[in-house]
Every structure is written in structure tokens, then in C-alpha cells.
Design a protein around this ligand. Structure first.
Ligand code: NI
Length: 260
């Protein structure tokens, strides 16, 4: 059994065949999938979508690109939808310092407001980070008191030193398709040193399809491909990867009736 801890199942690339994809994913052993919002609208859509499927859960949040949406009114709305029984995390939230993004100040404010929201809602966080690792870790360390419900850095591709700082904050590290890429030797070395007790699996589908399926649309049924690659990196069986990453995800997100 696997858990796909981060996906975008409401993406329009899935609109024609999502039922088939979910069935196929279950056949591949992916029993639970967390589908993620990235702004208010997509978070509402994700909840609606998850209501139709017993094995789909949701994370709701405003992602850096939409940081301008984090008005008091929208944060109140986010707080109320976060109470839905399908919502298991706040995310994806974080920082991205690439061209065309809202200012650092606007992003930081939206991020910290949502850390506060996660704290109040007693939910873990799913963190997005791009070109902002130093500042992201600084914000998390300064707001350590707000992340006591844990969380994970999604699509991790940083250094071991950054992974250590996340782990010291009680956060997990999520492993996606990037770890399978031929040019990911650094990341593979870093993952080989991170304890399996801190790792979880994700696809971030429809993006970041793992090797050797690159070029195709990504989907949750590629989780075993990512797991197999991680088993190679960790020099353990795929069964051990499945068991431990599932255990980590059930514990963090309190899903599947397991309230560890
Ligand atoms: Ni994502």
C-alpha cells in the first residue's frame, strides 16, 4: 500500500479520465491520494472533488504565486473550509522567488498567516519552495511555535543541510519524480542519508513525471516507480519503502482511521 501525498487531481489535464486514473492508481497499490489546492478557488474545487471518492483527501492553501489572494476575508474563508472532514493539511504554501511572483514581503505575509491558520486548525502543512530555501527555513525557524502539527517539504530537491534543518523542525521530506531523473545524482545522495522514517512519496501530478515515463502526463499510479527508485537509493526492498512511507503519511495526516 502506498499514499500519494501530493497531487493536483482537479487539473484540467485529468478532466476526461479521472475515474479511470483513480481506479488504475488503486490497482497499483496507491490506496490514498491527497489532492492539493493552490489558491481559494482550487481549494474549494479540491474539496468538492474529494467528496466523491472515499480514498481522496485534500490540502487547502494559497501558494506563492497567488499570495495577493491572502486577504483577511479569504483567510477567514480558508480557515472555515479547513474544518471540512476531507481536509488533512494546509498547503501548498511557501515561498518562490522567481520572476513574475508577488513581492517577497507579500509572499512572506501570506505564508506566515497560513502557518498561523494551520496552527489554529491543528493541521500539518505542505510546503512549496523554489529558489527561496534560505529565507523559507528562516521563516519556519522564526515561527517554530506555529508548526507543532508537523508538515512536509513537498518535491524536495535541496541539500542535506537544509533537509536536516527541516527535520530538526519536526518536518518530513516528500520525494517525487525529480528523484528519478538521470541528472539527480546530488538529490539521490542526499536522500540516501535521510532516515526513511522522515520520507513520504508524492507525484505532484500532472507535473514532474518520473523517469522512464518522462514526456507522459504524470499520475498517481507512478508512485510505485518513484518508490522503486527510492528503494534503490536506500538499498532496501520496495515493500519496506511502501510500509514506512505509508506509516509516516498516515501518522502525519491522520487518515485512514489511524490517529497515531
Ligand atoms: Ni504541487
Amino acid at each position: 500500500m502506498f499514499i500519494g501525498t501530493h497531487a493536483h487531481l482537479t487539473d484540467k489535464q485529468f478532466q476526461d479520465d479521472i475515474d479511470d486514473i483513480i481506479i488504475k492508481s488503486q490497482e497499483y497499490g496507491v490506496d490514498y491520494i491527497i489532492t492539493s489546492g493552490f489558491n481559494i478557488d482550487s481549494s474549494l474545487k479540491a474539496i468538492d472533488f474529494a467528496k466523491k471518492y472515499k480514498n481522496i483527501y485534500v490540502s487547502v492553501g494559497i501558494y506563492p504565486e497567488y499570495a495577493d489572494e491572502a486577504t483577511e476575508k479569504n483567510l477567514m474563508l480558508l480557515k472555515s473550509i479547513a474544518e471540512d472532514e476531507k481536509v488533512v493539511a494546509i498547503g501548498e504554501i511557501g515561498l518562490q522567488f522567481t520572476e513574475g511572483m508577488p513581492s517577497e514581503e507579500v509572499q512572506k505575509r501570506a505564508f506566515i498567516k497560513q502557518l498561523q491558520l494551520a496552527y489554529e486548525a491543528q493541521k500539518p502543512i505542505i510546503i512549496h519552495c523554489r529558489e527561496a530555501m534560505g529565507k523559507l527555513i528562516q521563516v519556519l525557524e522564526e515561527n517554530k511555535h506555529l508548526i507543532i502539527n508537523g508538515g512536509t517539504l513537498h518535491c524536495f530537491s535541496g541539500s542535506y543541510e537544509s533537509a536536516e534543518r527541516f527535520m530538526n523542525l519536526g518536518l518530513n521530506i516528500s520525494v517525487g519524480g525529480v528523484s528519478t531523473f538521470k541528472n539527480a545524482q546530488n538529490l539521490k545522495n542526499v536522500l540516501s542519508k535521510i532516515p526513511l522514517e522522515r520520507l513520504m512519496l508524492e507525484t505532484d501530478c500532472p507535473y514532474l513525471t518520473p523517469h522512464p515515463h518522462r514526456g507522459k502526463r504524470n499520475a498517481p499510479f507512478f508512485i510505485p516507480t518513484i518508490a522503486e527508485n527510492l528503494a534503490d537509493i536506500k538499498k532496501v526492498s520496495i515493500r519496506e519503502i511502501a510500509d514506512q512511507t505509508t506509516k509516516n503519511a498516515l501518522k502525519l495526516f491522520k487518515i485512514g482511521g489511524e490517529h497515531a
